[in-house]
Design a protein around this ligand. Structure first.
Ligand code: SF4
Ligand code: SF4
Length: 163
C-alpha cells in the first residue's frame, strides 16, 4: 500500500476493475474517495495475506505481466494471493507499497471490510484506519464483497467439477 491513498489514485484504481459486481456502489465509492483519505499505508493488510482472488483478478494481473503460478497458491481449493517472506507476493518491502496497486484484487479494494465465517461481514480490527469506514461505505462494500465471494465460490465449484 502507498503511504496514503489519494482519491484520484483510488479513482483510477477502482475504474481499472471494470467490474459488474456493483457499479452504482463503485461509482459512489469513487466520488467518496475523492474527498477522504482512509489508508495510512501501514502495510499490515499485506502481511500473511489470505486474500482470495477471482478469475477476473487473476486475468487482470496476468495481463499486467505476472504469472498466476507465481502470485497465487491453492489452499484447500481456494485460490489466494501467495506470501513471500511473510508478505503478499506483490508487496514491495523496499518501496513499502503494493506493486500492483491500480490492478490489485477487488478484495484488496474492499479491505478493511472482510467476511469472517463466524462473524459475517465486518471491519477488520487489524486495520488501524478501520474506524474511518462510514456505515454507508460498510454497506456498499458489504454488497460488493458478498457478490465477489459468491462468484469465487461458483468458480471453485466449477473447478471441482472439471477435476
Ligand atoms: S491495514 Fe488499513 S491502514 Fe494499513 S495499509 Fe491496510 S488498509 Fe491501509
Ligand atoms: S495485492 Fe497489493 S494490496 Fe493486496 S495484499 Fe497484495 S500487496 Fe497488499
Amino acid at each position: 500500500m502507498p503511504e496514503i491513498s489519494p482519491g484520484l489514485v483510488e479513482f483510477k484504481s477502482l475504474w481499472t476493475h471494470q467490474n459488474n459486481y456493483n457499479r452504482p456502489g463503485i461509482l459512489f465509492l469513487l466520488v467518496w474517495s475523492l474527498f477522504l483519505l482512509r489508508c495510512s499505508g501501514c502495510g499490515k493488510c499485506c502481511e500473511k495475506t489470505e486474500m482470495e482472488v477471482s478469475s477476473r483478478d487473476i486475468k487482470r494481473l496476468e495481463e499486467a505481466g505476472y504469472r498466476r503460478e507465481d502470485f497465487t497458491v491453492i489452499d484447500d481449493g481456494v485460490i489466494r494471493l501467495r506470501n513471500v517472506d511473510g508478505r503478499c507476493y506483490f508487496y514491495s518491502s523496499s518501496e513499502k507499497n503494493c506493486r500492483v496497486y491500480a490492478k490489485r484484487p477487488l478484495g484488496c479494494h474492499l479491505y478493511p471490510v472482510v467476511y469472517l465465517v463466524d462473524e459475517g461481514v465486518i471491519v477488520d480490527g487489524l486495520c488501524p484506519m478501520g474506524h474511518t469506514i462510514s456505515d454507508q461505505e460498510l454497506k456498499t462494500k458489504e454488497r460488493t464483497l458478498v457478490k465477489l465471494l459468491k462468484k469465487i465460490d461458483k468458480e471453485r465449484a466449477a473447478a471441482k467439477l472439471n477435476c
